[in-house]
Write a protein that binds this ligand. Structure first.
Ligand SMILES: [Zn+2]
Length: 122
């Protein structure tokens, strides 16, 4: 495996948690995004599992992402949700993010400056 070395970004997040999952090594994650996630993580006190962070165009297409996805631009992360953590995490995210997409098993947040304020369900 090549790619980005593990590096602590904040108290609770490492760089490699946001690296493209296809193995290409892409990591252009937004510092603002990670700083916001860290504040929410601290407020929650529960572990966050990042299921998708950066995506190269190929991986984005493979997982069915929209062409101009915020994940490709490094502005987005998906966090796993369970019955146990879903309410805690979603409520805390709303204090820090104004773009939130809620699915059954994950929640998407992004800081994409090209997109407007929204909350949606998948
Ligand atoms: Zn990739």
């Amino acid at each position: 495996m090549f790619g980005v070395e593990k590096m602590k970004l904040t108290a609770h997040f490492d760089n490699n948690e946001f690296t493209c999952k296809c193995g290409c090594g892409l990591n252009n994650i937004s510092r603002l995004l990670v700083e916001k996630l860290e504040r929410v993580r601290k407020a929650c006190g529960v572990k966050f599992v990042i299921t998708s962070g950066c995506r190269c165009a190929k991986h984005n297409a493979a997982v069915g992402g929209v062409a101009n996805s915020s994940h490709v631009k490094g502005y987005a992360a998906d966090i796993a949700l369970t019955d146990y953590n879903r309410v805690i995490i979603i409520q805390a995210l709303r204090k820090e993010f104004n773009r939130i997409g809620i699915a059954k098993n994950f929640v998407h947040v992004d800081v994409d400056p090209d997109l407007s304020i929204a909350e949606w369900r998948y």
